[in-house]
Design a protein around this ligand. Structure first.
Ligand code: SAM
Length: 319
């Protein structure tokens, strides 16, 4: 489990929806931008170039390796100031307050980066064998192995159904509990075997790998991804209500890319609530999605949905 991360020197991740995001977040020279999910720095580098030598960039990420990689990439643009904060975007208000900054543009690109998925030692992937870890922040928190050992069959079934929307959630939970009782649930390959056992012959009937939904559900659970997103949306609401006196500038723009219907629903409702309350306006009525060319070039972009708001009630929309 030691040794360098595969492709440690390469980004290993293609940023999604880059052009429409730059258009909607509209970073200008001298602005302060916050990339709350720095990842491999693709979006952050473009934002940094737009704000230039008089601009400032806050980078956050749960993954210290990705944060350091992104920070190097952003510093190389010659942007004025770069601050890198290891931690969850749930605490972005405190990170900015400590710096004494207000954000003009904020981006969160939810979930995992491709380099994390592609490293079997992180345990995110059902392809290749690795430990049952799945933590975005490998320095703290409960790995999937502990969660799988602790949860009841009912709790596992509920999580796989709610977060993974897998119709075989109950059977999968039963297979997991059965295998852990026999000490046969140690690696990602063991978890795949449990899911395959639950699916039986149906495992070969769908184009999607049968373990896709289970792995997604566990990743979301291990990292409390919906809880963190809700905390961020609450912070955005406080920033909007503060009308420039909080962590967001008076006319700040905030954009979120989600890859899961539950995440997109939370973002959609939160942004619609801000608009209804006269605190912000959506920058487009519908979410921005990948066009055919991007979807063909980057399969990951196919499930991406980007929604953005601008603080203040008045705005002009893209659509
Ligand atoms: C989709 S990738 C971001 C990719 C990035 N936009 C780029 O262009 O390279 C998501 C990143 O967000 C991080 N992440 C996920 N949830 C987070 C959270 N609650 N707080 C901070 N970072 C988080 C992950 O570790 C991962 O590096």
């Amino acid at each position: 489990m030691s040794g360098p991360t595969p492709n440690a020197g390469a980004p290993g991740h293609v940023p999604v929806l880059l052009e429409p995001i730059l258009r909607q977040l509209a970073p200008v020279p001298g602005a302060t931008v916050a990339d709350l999910t720095a990842g491999r720095g693709g979006h952050a580098e473009a934002l940094a170039r737009a704000v230039g030598p008089s601009g400032r960039v806050l980078l956050m990420d749960l993954d210290p390796g990705n944060l350091a990689f992104a920070a190097d990439r952003v510093r190389a643009t010659g942007v004025g100031v770069v601050e890198a904060v290891h931690g969850s975007f749930a605490v972005v208000e405190f990170a900015l307050a400590r710096l004494g900054w207000k954000a003009d543009a904020v981006l969160a690109d939810l979930g995992f980066a491709s380099n994390q998925m592609d490293d079997p030692r992180r345990g995110f992937s059902f392809q290749g064998e690795g430990p049952l870890d799945m933590r975005l922040d490998p320095t703290r928190g409960e790995p999937a192995s502990e969660l799988l050992a602790r949860l009841t069959e009912r709790e596992l079934a509920d999580a796989i159904f709610r977060l993974g929307e897998d119709p075989f959630a109950r059977r999968i939970a039963r297979a997991i509990v059965d295998r852990r009782g026999r000490d046969q649930l140690r690696t990602t390959a063991d978890l795949v075997a449990a899911v395959r056992a639950a699916y039986g012959p149906r495992a070969h009937q769908s184009r999607m790998h049968p373990a896709t939904r289970t792995f997604m559900a566990l990743r979301i659970l291990v990292n409390d991804e919906l809880g963190a997103l809700q905390a961020l949306l609450d912070a955005v609401a406080r920033g909007a209500a503060a009308r420039g006196a909080g962590w967001l500038a008076t006319d700040a723009r905030v954009g979120i890319i989600s890859f899961h219907s539950l995440e997109d629903r939370l973002v959609k409702h939160a942004f619609a609530g801000l608009e209804d309350g006269g605190l912000a306006a959506r920058l487009s009525r519908k979410p921005v999605e990948a066009d055919d060319a991007e979807a063909a070039a980057n399969p990951r972009s196919r499930s991406a949905k980007f929604r953005a708001v601008r603080m203040g009630a008045e705005t002009s929309r893209d659509d």
